[in-house]
Design a protein. Structure first.
Length: 217
């Protein structure tokens, strides 16, 4: 909202009509429920606003509206953009400017649903590069080879130790780059990383991509 307000973009939020996109449930085997209950509601709720574009900061919601719903016959009557795509659009149209320097190093973690599934590798990196004095470091392996955070598909609930091990490996990779902050576009990854970093006393902070972008305005 801070980003949209800075650009003076007229927008609406769904409030109580904003249900989960269902992407996490679909990955856990409840695809029929998502198709039957969540998808119709979500498409109708957004359509009722009259919006021509849906902007989300969640990699899983981006995947759901962009790919899953279309594959299930939902065909959203609006375009779907991740906030990183929209930031690039706003900069290109000269509607926002990044004036606040952030002299720090961040490591970027590719969100599975946005990267490998939806093919959006460059937009989040480009959005971060707009920020003054921010140094964006690659977290290896990256892009097509990037490892999952361990947070997807209900994995931490069923295999907590294994999920924590996967997360700690990514957190260590971030620390090895010299970055003080790990940035991702996946809410599940953010929460999981935060929990594991605290449990294992790892000195790295976790931020969502939109949070970092907003800090640079």
């Amino acid at each position: 909202m801070k980003i949209l307000n800075a650009a003076k973009v007229p927008y609406k939020i769904l409030g109580p009509d904003e249900w989960c996109s269902g992407a996490p449930l679909a990955r856990m085997g409840y695809q029929d429920y998502v198709k039957r209950e969540l998808m119709p509601h979500n498409l109708e709720a957004v359509s009722r606003t009259g919006a021509k574009t849906l902007v989300t900061a969640c990699a899983e919601c981006y995947r759901a509206f962009l790919k899953d719903y279309k594959a299930w016959g939902g065909n959203p009557p609006f375009s779907v953009m991740h906030i990183s795509h929209y930031v690039e659009k706003l900069v290109r149209e000269k509607r926002i400017a990044f004036t606040k320097p952030l002299p720090t190093k961040v490591a970027f973690h590719d969100a599975c649903h946005m990267a490998r599934v939806a093919g959006a590798y460059d937009p989040p990196r480009q959005a971060l590069k707009f920020i003054k004095d921010l140094k964006v470091l690659e977290l290896f392996p990256a892009r097509e080879e990037a490892l999952c955070s361990g947070a997807g598909g209900g994995f931490p609930d069923v295999y907590p130790e294994q999920a924590a091990g996967v997360a700690s490996r990514r957190l260590q990779a971030a620390t090895d780059t010299g970055a003080s902050t790990l940035v991702t576009a996946c809410p599940h990854a953010e929460l999981h990383f935060e929990k594991v970093a605290k449990q294992r006393n790892m000195a790295v902070s976790i931020l969502d991509l939109a949070e970092v972008v907003a800090q640079g305005l």
